[in-house]
Design a protein around this ligand. Sequence first.
Ligand SMILES: [Zn+2]
Length: 99
Amino acid sequence: MATDYDAPRKTDEDAEQDSIQELQARRSDKSSGVVDEDETEAAEGFELPGADLSGEELAVRVLPRQADEFTCTSCFLVHHRSQLAYEKNGQMICTECAA
Ligand SMILES: [Zn+2]
């Protein structure tokens, strides 16, 4: 009985350790893959110093329009207030479209 009782316990511990080791192995595999992608993206980012990754994230994410920004009703781009040429009948025109 004692061996029967011990056997499953030991198996459970082994299984747990195995799964943990497996997880860690997978995790390190994944992270190494991610690092490779990051290095690739970083290398691409260095070619374009003006476009950093944080700015790219902002562009991809749909952010609510900021209070000091407006959407041009002509080109539908979001501009800063300073680029508002004029507002007519609730339509806001940026300086680029007004030019
Ligand atoms: Zn415009």
